[in-house]
Design a protein around this ligand. Structure first.
Ligand SMILES: N[C@@H](CCC(=O)N[C@@H](CS)C(=O)NCC(=O)O)C(=O)O
Length: 231
């Protein structure tokens, strides 16, 4: 199947979390897709459809109205495959995979806390996760410092880079000062940010506001509470 002929629907919710890396990768690769809220795609609230979704969670992509692919890492692998971006050399591929998994492990508790926690609960969760974030950021910084490339594997950004970008970028909503302790990671964020396709996407995606207070996404000019439900 030639990727320009594929129809890709990306089904997700109102949150800035696991659909980000796939979207960054698809924008970078100029792959067209439709972002569809779960309730619009299924015509029902999430609680009514959850039971019939493979692994009972989103994001999911639907390829050519036929193939349901869940799990964000599988989605990223699929996009790399159809774009011919997959590394052919097994050692490099394994290293990229280790970065991708290590980045995705930042999902919990970082993403739900930024998207949903409020007040004292936000502060408690933020403070509790700091040691984990610091250890993981140190490791990621070390890897980038140890190579002479712009990104984790070489000078081409890949799924592992966009997943890392997403979580590091989201950490700024939790604590804007944390990333400043890691200058090589800050440079990495800037390098991804300045790719023209990415810059366009970042400037046009829904803004996440009132983190820690009453988180909302501004979708088509309207602030809507984050979540899995239609509002
Ligand atoms: N391992 C899965 C995790 C997916 C996941 O946690 N999805 C959350 C949203 S970020 C979800 O579907 N929440 C609704 C629910 O569990 O009912 C992946 O990487 O895609």
């Amino acid at each position: 199947m030639e990727n320009s002929k594929m129809k890709i629907d990306l089904i997700y919710f109102k949150m800035r979390a696991l659909a980000e890396a796939p979207q960054l990768l698809m924008h970078y690769l100029n792959i067209k897709y439709n972002y569809i809220m779960s309730w619009d795609y299924f015509g029902k609230e999430w609680q009514e459809v959850k039971a019939q979704i493979p692994f009972k969670q989103l994001p999911m992509i639907v390829v050519n109205d036929k193939h349901d692919i869940c799990q964000s890492i599988a989605i990223l692998n699929f996009i790399e495959n159809i774009a011919g971006l997959k590394l052919k050399e097994p050692i490099q591929d394994a290293k990229a995979s280790a970065i991708l998994q290590s980045a995705q492990e930042l999902f919990l508790p970082l993403n739900p806390t930024v998207n949903f926690a409020v007040g004292d609960d936000f502060i408690k969760k933020r403070d509790n996760m700091m040691p984990f974030l610091q250890t993981r950021f140190e490791e990621l910084e070390k890897i980038l410092k140890s190579n002479e490339h712009i990104f984790f594997i070489d000078n081409e950004p890949r799924a592992c880079d966009f997943a890392t970008f997403h979580h590091l970028d989201l950490s700024r909503e939790l604590d804007a000062n944390l990333i400043k302790k890691y200058p090589r990671l800050e440079q990495f964020l800037e390098d991804i940010n300045s790719l023209s396709q990415i810059e366009n996407y970042l400037n046009s995606r829904p803004e996440l506001i009132d983190v820690g207070i009453e988180p909302k996404l501004v979708i088509d000019g309207t602030a809507q509470p984050t979540g899995t439900q239609k509002t």
